[in-house]
Design a protein around this ligand. Structure first.
Ligand code: GAL
Length: 462
């Protein structure tokens, strides 16, 4: 489809049960990092080290969502979304990292904050979707070894138990992890994200403990909230070879980027045929019985898709023997502020790829969106490129749905411009512009486009 082709959908084309939401994460929006008993998480510590956040900024204030959630949710309602995805700050709820089962405290003020937030959603008719872990590991647990320490599986189980007991009677949509691949690789192998550790030695334990926590978390939610829909999310991208000779490189990158965490949860084990170094997990890291414990029958899988990847063979990248061919090198015209290629068809392809797994019952697009440079002109933000991004990616979601793939919702990343991890506040992904000096909110043209799609009885027009 060409950007100039007319759209051929309105919200009814997606069906009346289709979920329309935005996705957010606690650390990126809340601020209030030292209020009401919250203790630091790895991002607080990492962000204070020189040079870790490109712009030198911190998330201490972010969008002040901790104080502004009521008016922000009213705005969210006004835009017409019927679901709101947010995550729980682990160290706001369990300031010691561990829960009562391991001698830690529950912070009642932290519990109360999310309780108010959930109630506000419910009062407005917005379905709350909770993510248990969106990268903000309590620093107290990093000091005890973090994800490379096998005890993390029990610590995470404590957290899941406390949260589901607190909110399970009201919240029926639960996501265990946000993008396990991103936080394990960037946090413990390349060191670009918190806690900023760089070691190959840690990588396999981190992967294995994460995959175990993913399944264990699923079991706890199901046990404590039997009527919940339980899912987890994956970052994913179709992988294309740069030249026909790069086919095997593409297969290896696909195994790493798209298969590493879904396949163990489906009982298929790690993709060690394509990535032989993963075989050491079963031989050296796993304990007896672990390989069976990796499986859990999730009710849904959340796909988080932004771009496709094109790769080539590389002898300089150990274990993977492949590297990315950047959009710049490929002369791609439409690139976002993150340097990602805008390539709508990749949305259709990735849904199709995951739809081929027998064990996947339902798919939600739990994140998709784009950072473009935004300018406020006479109090307005005309983010045409972002409008087109969502229109064209949604068109491809619809294409997959019309072919019978079980895709049942779309969460735009993201509601408000926010703290974009190691990039600071510069890349703006929001449907709502945030002036970080004044905390003023301005609904962008993209937010208005969703509002029109979701609230008006009109065929969507450009
Ligand atoms: C995802 C992540 C989000 C957000 C987004 C845009 O990987 O879950 O927190 O940062 O990317 O980069």
């Amino acid at each position: 489809m060409n950007p100039s082709d007319p759209l051929n959908f309105d919200r009814h084309t997606f069906g009346s049960d289709f979920v329309w939401g935005t996705a957010t994460a606690a650390y990126q929006i809340e601020g209030a990092v030292d209020r009401d008993g919250r203790t630091p998480c790895v991002w607080d510590t990492f962000g204070r080290q020189k040079g870790k956040i490109k712009t030198g900024e911190t998330a201490d204030i972010a969008c002040e969502f901790y104080d502004r959630y009521e008016s922000d949710l009213l705005l969210h309602k006004e835009l017409g979304f019927n679901a709101f995805r947010f995550s729980l700050s682990w160290s706001r709820i369990l300031p010691d990292g561990v829960g009562p089962a391991h001698g830690g405290r529950i912070n009642e003020a932290g519990i109360a904050f999310y309780d108010r937030l959930i109630d506000q959603c419910l009062q407005l008719g917005i379905t709350p979707w909770i993510t248990l872990y969106h990268w903000d590991l309590p620093q107290a647990l990093e000091l005890k070894g973090g994800w490379p320490n096998r005890k993390i599986v029990d610590w995470f189980a404590d957290f899941a138990d406390v949260c589901t007991k607190a909110y399970g009677h009201k919240v029926k949509h639960w996501i265990i992890l946000n993008e396990p691949l991103a936080f394990s690789i960037l946090g413990y192998f390349t060191g670009q994200h918190a806690p900023g550790r760089r070691s190959f030695r840690n990588l396999l334990p981190v992967i294995h403990h994460t995959a175990l926590a993913q399944a264990e978390g699923g079991r706890i939610v199901r046990q404590n909230v039997p009527d919940a829909l339980v899912g987890t999310t994956f970052s994913c991208s179709p992988i294309d070879p740069f030249t026909p000779g790069d086919q095997s490189a593409a297969i290896r990158v696909d195994a790493l980027m798209n298969r590493l965490f879904i396949e163990p949860s489906l009982g298929l084990g790690y993709p060690s045929k394509e990535l032989p170094f993963l075989a050491s997990i079963a031989k050296k890291v796993a304990k007896p019985g672990d390989m069976e414990r990796l499986a859990f029958d999730f009710d849904f899988i959340g796909l988080q898709h932004y771009f496709r990847a094109v790769v080539e063979q590389s002898y300089f990248m150990p274990y993977l023997w492949a590297k990315d061919v950047t959009p710049l090198r490929r002369n791609v015209q439409t690139i976002t502020e993150m340097g990602w290629e805008v390539y709508p068809e990749s949305m259709y392809r990735i849904i199709k790829q995951f739809g081929q797994y027998e064990g996947i019952k339902k798919i939600y697009i739990t994140e998709s969106g784009a950072a473009f440079y935004d300018q406020v002109e006479k109090g307005q933000v005309h983010d045409k490129a972002r409008v087109e991004y969502h229109q064209n990616y949604l068109q491809q979601v619809l294409r997959a749905k019309q072919e019978g793939l079980p895709v049942e919702g779309y969460f735009a990343w993201t509601f408000l411009d926010n703290f974009e991890w190691a990039e600071g506040y510069r890349p703006r992904f929001g449907l709502v512009y945030v002036d970080f000096r004044t905390q003023q909110r301005i609904v962008k043209a993209s937010g208005r486009w969703f509002q029109q799609l979701l609230t008006e009885e009109l065929v969507a027009v450009r």
